[in-house]
Write a protein that binds this ligand. Structure first.
Ligand SMILES: NC(=O)c1ccc[n+]([C@@H]2O[C@H](COP(=O)([O-])OP(=O)(O)OC[C@H]3O[C@@H](n4cnc5c(N)ncnc54)[C@H](OP(=O)(O)O)[C@@H]3O)[C@@H](O)[C@H]2O)c1
Length: 232
């Protein structure tokens, strides 16, 4: 019998994260999926009911460090093959660095950049040496090289995530893991809006295909859901 594989998806209540959970389940993997309010995670709970024993729904609020630590503790004794840290927010509606308050910047940076790295540090010891992958859902908007302007606060938060991920990569030296900073496409979710170019299903399928193809590569790359590298 083939060895059971385990994926962790942080931020899986809806949108791309939920799509990625469905994709891993369709491939026969088990999944630990996080949601801020597990009791209200209707779709995740339906998936768990439909696949008994294969989906564990775990509480995680990005802005609560106790939840990061609890997730790491809950993984004790488990081996994660692929971890996708996906949750994110678009930031204040005005999108302007000039208008932003300290509180708005703090919230955006914590959710999109600091919390993902803090979570990854806790999860990393439980990721399989050799073939294990830790991926962040970044965005092409985090690229400093490809920045036509606009959405400046969100761009800065994802650029910060990319920079922190590169720092984490240095710490992971010797673990023989693979680290990915991923762009999921412009996706029709609550964040991407209904005029976005890519369906959740196509994005999730691409994200999972790329994460699987990257197993064992032992590098940190900035890559999109179709496997194309993005200039930093
Ligand atoms: N959609 C796009 O076009 C696009 C493009 C590039 C990158 N991305 C990135 O892709 C990721 C997923 O985005 P999406 O389009 O799927 O957005 P979405 O539909 O708005 O879903 C966002 C997810 O993040 C979770 N989340 C947000 N804040 C959280 C917090 N403080 N604690 C815990 N969970 C939190 C949400 O949980 P709740 O359901 O509990 O709110 C939800 O599961 C994000 O990192 C986003 O920046 C999206």
């Amino acid at each position: 019998m083939a060895e059971k594989k385990l994926a962790l998806v942080v931020g899986a209540n809806r949108g791309i994260g939920l799509g990625v959970v469905k994709e891993f389940l369709a491939k026969g993997w088990d999944v630990v999926a996080t949601a801020r309010k597990p009791a209200e995670a209707t779709e995740l709970n339906a998936l768990a009911a439909a696949s008994p024993g294969r989906v564990t729904v775990t509480k995680l609020e990005m802005n609560n460090p106790d939840d990061h630590d609890a997730l790491a503790a809950a993984l004790a004794g488990k081996t994660v093959d692929i971890a996708l840290i996906n949750a994110g927010v678009s930031g204040p509606g005005h999108r302007s660095a000039n208008q932003a308050t300290e509180a708005e910047i703090g919230a955006l940076m914590y959710t999109n950049a600091l919390a993902p790295i803090r979570i990854a540090r806790g999860v990393a010891p439980h990721v399989k040496t050799g073939s294990g992958v830790i991926a962040f859902t970044s965005s092409v908007m985090g690229s400093v090289a490809v920045n036509p302007g606009g959405h400046e606060l969100y761009r800065a938060s994802k650029a910060a995530l990319n920079s922190l991920a590169r720092g984490l990569w240095g710490e992971l030296a010797g673990r023989h893991l693979t680290l990915l900073s991923m762009h999921p496409g412009w996706v029709r979710t609550d964040m991407g809006g209904q005029s976005a170019a890519v369906s959740v299903e196509d994005s999730a399928r691409g994200m999972v295909t790329v994460m699987l193809a990257q197993q064992g590569k032992h590098h940190h790359v900035y890559i999109d859901y179709l496997g194309k590298e993005i200039p930093w």
